[in-house]
Design a protein around this ligand. Structure first.
Ligand code: ATP
Length: 205
């Protein structure tokens, strides 16, 4: 039996975590692509060893974790190094994601990913839910949460898929410009429809 998979995405500060936490509270398993990306480079994992061999010890912190800031600078400055790192990590991330999606046992499973639409991960999901807010609210909420300034947040938004394109690629959109209880009301309705879709999916197998 294959799981029915909901891809959950949205721009920075849109409320992806708020939405996935809420659906998780209903017993739905959430696979977080950021956590998977970190897991494949944990100390002494094959990708960690390959990175140390390729970049040298400068890539590794004293506690054996990856020096992400240093690595980010290397790949930012050098597209070949970026490609090397992506060719190493992307297949591992994809394989681990597939494993975790398959292992989950809830009625449906969520793949939560900020880069669902940018990274080709949409091919892994049956249905896509976008959490949407206007750009000014994204900036305001992301600034409040992190120490980032407005300029940094706007630069990240520019690097992400443009809002109209994101919305065009969604099967469902939840508007999170109001208070959280309005987001939750929308999610209650969507959750019911996902239970139905997952049931139909399983009965066709
Ligand atoms: P990122 O991609 O940056 O990790 P995200 O899409 O996961 O962000 P959240 O972390 O869920 O977004 O929300 C961003 C911030 O806005 C958080 O501090 C969260 O508590 C707050 N927030 C989310 N939804 C609302 C809302 N409806 N009203 C007020 N604050 C909200």
């Amino acid at each position: 039996m294959t799981n029915w998979i909901l891809g959950l995405t949205g721009g920075i500060g849109s409320g992806k975590t708020a939405a996935s936490d809420y659906l998780a509270s209903k017993g739905i398993a959430v696979v977080d692509s950021d956590l998977v990306a970190r897991a494949v480079v944990e100390p002494y994992q094959p990708a960690w060893s390959a990175i140390r061999e390729h970049f040298g010890d400068a890539a590794i912190n004293a506690d054996s974790s990856l020096n992400r800031g240093w690595l980010r600078q290397q790949v930012f400055a050098n597209p070949d190094e970026r490609r090397w790192l992506e060719q190493l990590t992307h297949p591992l991330i994809r394989a681990r994601t597939l494993e975790m999606l398959a292992a989950a046992t809830s009625e449906y499973v969520i793949l939560a990913s900020p880069l669902l639409l940018e990274s080709g991960q949409q091919t892994l999901v049956n249905h896509t839910l976008v959490i949407d807010v206007p750009e000014d609210i994204q900036v305001q909420r992301a600034c409040q949460r992190d120490a980032n300034n407005e300029e940094q947040i706007r630069a990240i938004i520019k690097a992400q898929i443009p809002r109209p394109e994101r919305l065009a690629r969604a099967n469902d959109v939840a508007d999170n410009s109001g208070p959280l209880n309005q987001l939750y009301e929308q999610l209650n309705r969507l959750h019911q429809s996902y239970l139905d879709l997952a049931k139909a999916h399983h009965s066709h197998e």
